[in-house]
Write a protein that binds this ligand. Structure first.
Ligand code: UDP
Ligand code: MG
Length: 327
């Protein structure tokens, strides 16, 4: 049971379109390694046939293990579930859409073993298949994060990486609510290396990262590693104070000249400006308070509904739809 050398964690959200291509490419890549492995496919509460398809493929591919979350909990939460369930001495996380080539896993494992490393990052050397928008926002993201978290954060390293059992155990013990693994892992300080690869085009289906989720990930990244946004309040306050001083001098000069100013516009602008600044600062404070609140509540961020390897839970496969009505 415990002889699994490698676990490959694949979070999947509505990925039914890509599953056949994924199985076709991942299986030979892993069979070729010549070590006992398991694929932990985490179905992140998909609304399509992702879980059903995975379960069916599992009949002919015994290493394919299905872990199903009860509801969509997000990419990072799905990764957490996968890390918790993985049994291998090494754990690789990889996207389901074949943008990260599965053949690179062999190289990661070799580098880790030969150089005695605990972490091997997959670094995207070539992102020409991504949209210009994605490349620019990703570039800005990694620049800001390296400033906030430190230069240990490898640029262009997403969630395609290899971890040793030691790292996984440390990650499992962290009380983090909204982990952002691409920042968390470098911050632990384990011996690490990297393998470069060209990011491919999504094999099928559409991106599951709409702008809303990208902004969510960016904000989690910033807030998890830095209280710098709170300091914005101080800077805005100082700016407002300086402006106030200047206006005070101006007001006194005008007053001593005996000119009467109507004053409506300046008052109106000052009131608007200051209330906006105050609301922004309150909002920022609120974000951090909400994080404290969620941490204190201590609710699990995901619930596992089914695990094909341990037999936990039940899988509700929609009753054979093919029997009647179709074709
Ligand atoms: N994903 C997930 N839950 C979500 C969103 C995404 O498990 O709520 C998975 C998705 O199925 C894929 C991986 O996270 O395996 C990366 O998503 P995607 O490829 O859509 O992101 P992109 O490459 O466009 O940034
Ligand atoms: Mg992708």
């Amino acid at each position: 049971m415990d002889s699994t050398v490698l676990s490959v964690v694949v979070p999947m959200f509505n990925e039914e379109a890509v599953i056949p291509a994924l199985v076709d490419r991942l299986r030979p890549a892993l069979d070729g390694l010549g070590v006992p492995y398991e694929v932990v496919a985490v179905d992140d509460g998909s609304a399509d046939r992702t879980a059903t398809l995975l379960f069916e493929h599992g009949r002919t591919w015994p290493e394919l293990r299905l872990v199903k979350l009860r509801r969509n909990s997000g990419h990072q939460a799905a990764l957490t579930a996968g890390l918790q369930r993985a049994r291998g001495d090494w754990v690789v996380s990889i996207d389901a859409d074949l943008q990260d080539p599965p053949e690179t896993i062999a190289e990661m494992l070799r580098v880790a073993r030969e150089d005695g490393l605990d972490v091997v990052y997959g670094v995207r050397a070539d992102r020409s298949t991504d949209t210009a928008f994605k490349r620019h926002t990703a570039g800005a993201y990694y620049r800001v994060m390296r400033r906030l978290v430190g230069a240990d954060v490898p640029a262009q390293a997403g969630d395609f990486r290899l971890l040793s059992r030691d790292v996984v155990e440390v990650l499992k013990r962290l009380p983090e609510r909204a982990p952002v693994y691409r920042l968390l892992v470098p911050s632990l300080g384990f011996a690490s290396g990297s393998v470069r690869y060209a990011r491919e085009r999504r094999a099928a289906g559409e991106t599951k990262y709409p702008l809303r989720k990208m902004v969510g990930l960016a904000w989690d990244s910033a807030a998890n590693f830095s209280a710098a946004p709170l300091r914005i309040a101080t800077w805005l306050g100082l700016g407002a104070f300086a402006a106030c001083l200047a206006l005070m001098i101006f007001g006194l000069v005008v007053w001593s000249n005996g000119t009467v100013i109507p004053g409506w516009t300046s008052l109106f602008l000052a009131v608007l400006m200051l209330s906006a600044v105050q609301l922004i600062c309150l909002g920022l404070l609120g974000e951090y308070v909400a994080r404290i609140y969620r941490t204190v509540q201590n609710r699990p961020t995901f619930h596992i509904g089914f695990d094909s390897a341990t037999g936990d839970g039940q899988l509700d496969i929609p009753r054979q739809r093919s029997a009647a009505g179709r074709r």
